[in-house]
Design a protein around this ligand. Structure first.
Ligand SMILES: [Zn+2]
Length: 469
């Protein structure tokens, strides 16, 4: 009785905050405030993490390495292993499906194709639901449980809804995916259905679904896990930490990622920046973002930037002109108005990287080349290899420099694309009836169509012989 309890030091989560990314506003909010954009100015939010500052940063590195062989679910996760760098309490209700821990492959054929002596590909398609979204969703669903939500929602036909469905189920939450009625491809939704998500067909278009997701987000039982959610970036930034462990802490000269909604590039940029801040790396790799030509609003803006003025990411334009009707077969990056463009642009400028775009044929051939390296990926991922080829040609990447590209989705996410490519039937957009916009057929350089062979041993051996080099 009467004993005075010492006030506990503020925890990692208490010291972290949600900060508005608009420098002129700079408002700061608690982690438990259920907001998805800045209530004052409407700009996106970023988590300002309380980072550890050990006198010897290598102690952090060693403690992470020791966890790799741990059997504890939290340590075995490629996200939660790096808990020291994340805005969560020590005893948070961590949601995990053993995300992360994705391989880094050497890709000799792709390297040669790009004009490099070596190329490494970190494949985020090896995550539980087959895409890079899982690392971010592990963090977002953990936050949803902390915020006492009952339902997690998003509007997406692709990787995000699959990931949300799986992680919400694992967290014990209801999952709901809002989609425009009559525009749903069952193939794209198969995973969400299997993980038990509620698929709501809305009488409206995709923009209506996005608006509705934001409107229902006001309800305290609902947690919105769209791309705008800043906790997803926190989970995704761990990809930078894991990559550095896998390359033995030798900072690559270049890291290359596809660019759609720009969450991935923002997250990698944040991850590397934080490693620099805690003293685990001494310089940033150049971060390059590659968009598809028909959905390249940021590459267009980047081409017109005054690089001298914008260097360091301080003086960047206030607005981005969206692409009204984005066109690309790489559906995961078919986005005309990327939500995280400012964060990504700042990260690229800070690192001295480039943002460029590549054509549908370049993407398709690069994808087949990644396949020939026995790796495979979804079409959007292949923008990286296509972009690296261009950056080598333009002299931004040198033949012997160290390059790591991030592949975002598994090859089996889009088998239709592969079959069409290899049988010469891949085409972009239906031809207009009046012939004003013809359908663009892609003649792949590495087609591999099935062959019809007679049902005899001789015919088969003859065919094998014909294809031997
Ligand atoms: Zn603000």
């Amino acid at each position: 009785m009467g004993q005075k309890l010492a006030k506990a030091a503020p925890s990692q989560a208490e010291k972290s905050a949600q900060r508005c990314t608009n420098f002129a506003c700079g408002s700061s909010y608690g982690l438990l405030e259920r907001i998805y954009v800045c209530p004052r100015c409407g700009e996106t939010l970023e988590i300002e993490c309380s980072l550890p500052h050990p006198s010897d940063p290598s102690t952090l590195r060693r403690s992470w390495a020791a966890k790799v062989t741990s059997k504890l679910p939290r340590d075995a996760s490629g996200v939660w292993r790096y808990h020291d760098m994340l805005p969560f309490e020590e005893n948070a209700p961590f949601v995990t499906l053993f995300e992360g821990n994705t391989p880094v492959f050497h890709a000799p054929r792709s390297a040669k194709y790009c004009g490099l002596s070596d190329l490494r590909l970190k494949h985020q398609g090896y995550n539980p639901t087959g895409s890079f979204k899982d690392t971010g969703m592990a963090a977002a669903m953990t936050q949803a449980v902390i915020a006492r939500a009952r339902t997690a929602v998003c509007a997406s036909t692709g990787n995000t809804s699959a990931s949300l469905a799986a992680y919400a189920a694992r967290a014990g939450l209801q999952a709901a995916v809002l989609l425009p009625r009559g525009q749903i491809s069952a193939g794209k939704l198969a995973q969400s259905l299997d993980y038990g998500a509620l698929v709501l067909e809305i009488d409206g278009n995709f923009d209506d679904c996005m608006r509705l997701v934001q409107e229902i987000g006001d309800d305290p039982s609902i947690y919105v896990a769209n791309s705008i959610n800043p906790f997803r970036i926190e989970g995704q930034k761990t990809v930078a930490f894991e990559m550095m462990e896998q390359v033995m802490w030798q900072v690559p000269d270049h890291v290359v990622v596809p660019g759609g909604n720009m969450g991935n590039s923002s997250a990698l940029g944040k991850g590397f920046q934080e490693l620099l801040e805690v003293g685990l790396i001494k310089r940033l790799p150049k971060l390059h973002v590659i968009q598809a030509e028909g959905a390249a609003p940021l590459a267009r803006l980047f081409a017109t930037l005054d690089r001298g003025k914008a260097a360091g990411g301080e003086n960047i334009p206030e607005t981005l002109t969206p692409v009204k009707d984005p066109q690309t077969l790489a559906t995961a990056i078919k986005i005309g108005a990327p939500v995280s463009w400012k964060k990504a642009l700042r990260a690229v400028l800070r690192s001295g990287g480039q943002i460029i775009s590549v054509s549908e044929k370049e993407i398709a051939d690069a994808k087949a080349m990644i396949g020939l390296d026995s790796i495979g990926c979804e079409p959007a991922s292949a923008t990286t290899v296509a972009g690296i080829k261009r950056l080598v040609t333009s002299g931004h990447i040198k033949h012997r420099e160290d390059v790591v590209a991030v592949l975002t989705g598994h090859a089996l996410k889009d088998t239709d694309y592969m079959i069409k490519y290899h049988s010469g039937a891949l085409s972009l957009g239906p031809a207009a009836k009046d012939g004003s916009t013809p359908s663009q057929t892609i003649s792949g350089a590495f087609q591999n169509a099935p062959e019809r062979v007679a049902a005899t041993k001789t015919a088969i051996l003859k065919c094998l012989d014909r294809h031997r080099s």
